[in-house]
Design a protein around this ligand. Sequence first.
Ligand SMILES: Nc1nc2c(ncn2[C@@H]2O[C@H](COP(=O)(O)OP(=O)(O)OP(=O)(O)O)[C@@H](O)[C@H]2O)c(=O)[nH]1
Ligand SMILES: [Mg+2]
Length: 336
Amino acid sequence: MELAGRIEEERYLAEAASLAALKMVVVGLGGCGNNTINNLKRAGVDVPTIAINTDAAVLSKTRADLRILIGESVVHGRGSAGSPELGRKITEEEIDRILAPLRDKELIMLVAGLGGGTGTGALPAIAEAVKSRFKEKLVIGIVTLPFSSEGPARARNAQWGLAQTLDACDMTIVNANDLLKERAGNLPIAQAFREMDRLLVDVIGGIVGLQGIVPQPGLVNLDFSNLSAMIRNSGLGFIGIGEGRRVYDAFKDSLTKNYCEADIRGAKAGLVYVEGNQTMLTMVELERIPREMSEVYGITTLFWGIKPNWRLYEPRVMVVATGVRSPLVERWLEGS
Ligand SMILES: Nc1nc2c(ncn2[C@@H]2O[C@H](COP(=O)(O)OP(=O)(O)OP(=O)(O)O)[C@@H](O)[C@H]2O)c(=O)[nH]1
Ligand SMILES: [Mg+2]
């Protein structure tokens, strides 16, 4: 074979084995999940989306690739009135309609604001069904915890849903509204919701960005099998996306985007990817990050990659840690 042809073929094979061809989907559940899909579209995040809701009015305003109204015969398109038990029952009864568009996907992101009926009930029910029928698929749950000012009923619902979500998903990313509000200097609630909206778009955009990681010569190539080994049944996860003048600043910034008191020390595995133009990606800085992940945070199973992006003015870094602990999540699970 001609040399050029052989190089083309090798490049093709490398891409097929990497995450370039990973089939993802974002499923937005209930009001918050549907809203997240609109925000992803607005931000230009390129990923297939499915919106699911019991509330027909909210669903009709959601710009998803596919919209599924559930529970129509039970709640007549009017939402699950804050009952996660009802949200779960409706989801289980219509599970085949929900699973059908997920069949050809490899990584499924389920997004909901915990505290209401639909999202809180549907998320764990869908995760359980996917895991029991399609063992090879990866399911990531991305949830928010309600503001304490939303009252004890919402907190109880969220606690109920959080415990099941952590059990059912391969990895769960938790963001606590209260923590974000405090950190941002006690914003009014509406504004704090918009900040959380932005954070959710960043986290999902970061995961979607895994598809563009370029395999680096001499480094362990991140492919579906090692991503899968890292995420599968790993419990609570942490994802932080950071920016800064230099790569190292962006790395440090990503660790501050922690809205669930996640302690990444001794995590099961870590993944870091750096996005920027070629001049930002100097080897000296890049080597500092994996060294710090292992020496300071004791994370020994570590994957990392580089994603050239000439449009960025400043480097961006995503840090993922799986199997982490969090005092905040423990307090929520204990209901205190
Ligand atoms: N960030 C953000 N969070 C939201 C938004 N809307 C609701 N939430 C949060 O998500 C939680 C659940 O609310 P919804 O998503 O509206 O509830 P639902 O799943 O539709 O449930 P029902 O309406 O009871 O069937 C709330 O308690 C809020 O904390 C939103 O637009 N942005
Ligand atoms: Mg609703």
